[in-house]
Design a protein around this ligand. Structure first.
Ligand code: ATP
Ligand code: MG
Ligand code: MG
Ligand code: MG
Length: 471
């Protein structure tokens, strides 16, 4: 029988509960007390201080299904969405954790038993990577999984050495891959073709065993720890026998809702639009549920960019009226049980999406026709002028990355240097316009607002969120 995403999540958490782990709720997408991080991007984020010993919890092992967003910052998968079968901007990371409790051997054993006994994955299709010097992990994989050397790939790069930051806990990691068959393009991990779809990374086991005191000075942790992360959507694709996360039960439902709202079937080239809309819908809904609202700075601007990218794709599918807000109930039906915050915030989410799309629609069509006119004579490898990109940004509300995304299929770029220069000029003009007014106090206030928002885009009735983080 088919295992739904909801069933797989439960299987994972039940399995680790059965094995003595505390099941802990996902933390919010906006990390608490961590101004260095835009969004929660891994399961370990809520446990950072537990790993370093700064914070104590009443349990020493835990399991979670963590909401993650990777759109901005060190991990940015925004440009992958719609183009790879395995990346989302929002996804769920399933993880088990040991805070100085079990280490490598138990972690590998628990992982191996879950994927081969509970999930019944074919052993002969599985392979792993280890950090090139980590003989201990390689030997454990041989012993526990019965792998030959050819199934244990030694990787010398940072892909298999995890660090929290320049200092702090760190250690080698071991990633589990599945070979999805030679009908798909791609090579094994570590090879130049590894980004193809054939060999799919789905679980990362991190062995935190050192502490980086300063550059070049690493000591062994007295109590090594474990941090793992498995992409729920990826493992669902594997278990449901499909090659794309977007063909799993949850995404099929969302994509159907998009097709229903636009009247356009997900076929041919247009499929990309359905996928982007489905992905960005999830991200937008979960971000709003966690208190982020579209704005012109920081997290709110990342949300706005994601929303507007989806809205442009809705336009591509022929939508003439806002549609995003109409898709919300389908998502809440699918995910509301696991994440009740979606149910609680549903009215706010619907209203936020409706307002944002109504607002963007005032300028979207005109902006797109300018984009068309200005790129009519451009071909692959050429650039749209920075001034036009800036006009689209400043007057028509097109975030730069939306313009870039729109031109990407045609191989056209944007002159970003000229874009930045235009932005700078506009700031200086604004500064000059105020000089000599004699109202220094007002000027300073107005000016700092201007600096923060960066644009005079047509959004007179905008809501700003109070956030200190600037992109
Ligand atoms: P990839 O190399 O495919 O980009 P990653 O190495 O960046 O993945 P990790 O940081 O190791 O990913 O995260 C642990 C797991 O989370 C991955 O093995 C994968 O299953 C899942 N994952 C990571 N990024 C995404 C994403 N953007 N969308 C869906 N799942 C993801
Ligand atoms: Mg990645
Ligand atoms: Mg990887
Ligand atoms: Mg990885």
């Amino acid at each position: 029988e088919l295992r739904s995403i909801n069933a797989i999540r439960s299987t994972f958490l039940d399995y680790f509960a059965k094995n003595g782990h505390e099941v802990v709720a996902s933390s919010p997408l906006v990390p608490r007390n961590d101004p260095t991080l835009m969004f929660t991007n891994a399961g370990m984020v809520q446990f950072k201080n537990v790993f370093t010993g700064v914070e104590k919890r009443p349990y020493s092992t835990a399991a979670t299904s963590q909401k993650c967003v990777r759109a901005g910052g060190k991990h940015n998968d925004l440009d992958n969405v719609g183009y790879t079968a395995r990346h989302h901007t929002f996804f769920e990371m399933l993880g088990n954790f040991s805070f100085g409790d079990y280490f490598k051997e138990r972690a590998i054993e628990l992982a191996w038993n879950l994927i081969t006994k509970e999930f019944d994955l074919p052993k002969d299709k599985l392979l792993v990577t280890v950090y090139h010097t980590d003989d201990e992990a390689a030997d454990l994989w041989k012993k526990i999984a019965g792998f030959s050397d050819s199934k244990i790939i030694r990787i010398p790069t940072s892909d298999n050495f995890w660090q929290m930051g320049d200092t702090g806990p760190c250690g080698p990691c071991s990633e589990i891959f599945i070979d999805q068959g030679d009908k798909l393009w791609g090579g094994p991990p570590g090879s130049p073709e590894e980004d193809g779809d054939r060999f799919l990374e789905f679980w990362n086991l991190v062995f935190m065993q050192y502490e980086q005191i300063e550059p070049g000075n690493r000591i062994a942790l007295p109590k090594p720890s474990i941090d793992t992360g498995m992409g729920l959507e990826r493992v669902a694709a594997i278990l449901q026998g499909v090659h794309s996360n977007y063909d799993t039960d949850l995404f099929r439902t969302l994509i159907e809702a998009v097709a229903h709202a636009t009247g356009v079937a997900p076929e041919g080239d247009r499929k990309v639009s359905h996928r982007v809309i489905a992905d960005h819908l999830r991200t937008s809904c979960f971000l709003v549920a966690d208190g982020v609202l579209p704005s012109n700075e920081g997290r709110g601007y990342v949300l706005r960019r994601i929303m507007r990218r989806a809205m442009r794709h809705a336009q591509l599918l022929g939508a003439r009226d806002p549609i995003m807000y109409r898709l919300v109930p389908a998502l809440v039906r699918e995910m509301g049980l696991a994440y009740p915050e979606l149910i609680r915030a549903e009215a706010l989410i619907v209203e936020t999406l409706r307002l944002e799309e109504t607002r963007f629609r005032k300028t979207l069509e005109r902006g797109l026709s300018i984009l068309d006119e200005e790129t009519r004579n451009l071909g692959e490898g050429q650039n749209l002028s920075g001034d036009t990109a800036f006009t689209l940004y400043d007057t028509y509300g097109f975030p730069l990355d939306l313009t870039q995304d729109a031109l990407k299929p045609r191989g056209i770029g944007v002159d970003t240097e000229a874009f930045d220069a235009a932005m700078q000029r506009q700031r200086e003009k604004a500064r000059a316009a105020w000089s000599g007014s004699g109202e220094a106090a007002t000027e300073t206030v107005w000016f700092s607002v201007k600096e923060r928002t960066g644009a005079t885009e047509f959004l007179g009735y905008d809501t700003e969120t109070a956030e200190g983080i600037v992109l």
